[in-house]
Design a protein around this ligand. Structure first.
Ligand SMILES: [Zn+2]
Ligand SMILES: [Zn+2]
Length: 256
């Protein structure tokens, strides 16, 4: 199975890292600040089945300049295992970075992804309307993208799907209070559905309180398969197929 979104550089130990790499077919590790983008690429070069997505998280943009966008472009072009741009997006949950700056660097990274013909990994928290508005302004996205760790409502999901995006659910879909999110999951077209851990954050309910790791994706998959009443093997096939369709460079490099 594929974990489409993990922060491998933040795992607690080398042991967790090796366990993760061994227990999954592929992992996309995310680098989302000035230093992490290099760590993500390094990890993808170290492990055959690890790929990287690189970008700047909306909380890590305060001291960015256009030079950093150039650095990002260069990193993407020079590394065959970079399969996407991001995570980038909007986050109004905590007041860490000004909204205007968030919009600016979100838009710049959307355009960069399009220029590089790569999918974009989108982070949106407490900013659903603005996220959709900006995506609509920059649409179409021929190489698509994913709304990772989806936390929006039904209209947001529908608008994103209409624009060709994938919807990725993380461990929080298993939480007892996530009824509304599960209703969105139920209506998400199966050919747009992805799963992720967002490790080390958001451990699924069965491991809640512990740092998350990619191998815990199986708890989320089990939960979703029961909720949607689809056998787990079939669900994994569906989400893996979607992941390989979206992150096309995985197939190219891995020859599967
Ligand atoms: Zn995120
Ligand atoms: Zn993340």
């Amino acid at each position: 199975m594929i974990d489409t979104h993990a922060h491998l550089d933040m795992l607690k130990s080398e042991e967790d890292l090796y366990e993760s790499v061994e227990s999954l077919d592929y992992i996309i590790t995310i680098g989302c600040d000035k230093e992490e983008i290099f760590k993500a690429v390094e990890l993808s070069n170290r492990f055959e089945n690890v790929y990287a997505s690189v970008g700047y998280h909306p909380y890590d943009i305060n001291d960015l300049t256009d030079k950093d966008i150039e650095i990002l472009e260069d990193l993407c072009r020079k590394n065959g295992k970079v399969v996407a741009v991001g995570e980038t997006g909007l986050d109004y949950y905590r007041d860490i970075t000004p909204k205007k700056l968030q919009w600016e660097f979100f838009e710049k990274q959307l355009e960069l992804a399009k220029k590089l013909k790569l999918p974009v990994v989108i982070h949106s928290r407490s900013a659903n309307e603005d996220t959709i508005k900006i995506l609509e302004n920059h649409s179409p996205f021929p190489d698509s993208g994913v709304l990772h760790c989806f936390g929006g409502d039904l209209p947001m999901m529908e608008k994103a799907v209409e624009m060709g995006f994938y919807i990725s659910f993380a461990g929080n879909i298993t939480y007892p209070k996530a009824d509304n999110l599960r209703e969105v999951l139920r209506k998400t077209p199966l050919d747009r559905l992805l799963l992720e851990t967002d490790s080390p954050f958001l451990s699924p309910q069965k491991k809640r309180g512990k740092p998350n790791k990619p191998s815990y994706i199986f708890y989320t998959a089990e939960f979703v398969s029961q909720f949607l009443d689809i056998p787990r093997e079939e669900l994994e096939k569906i989400t893996d197929r979607n992941a390989l369709k979206l992150f096309k460079k995985i197939k190219k490099t891995a020859n599967v």
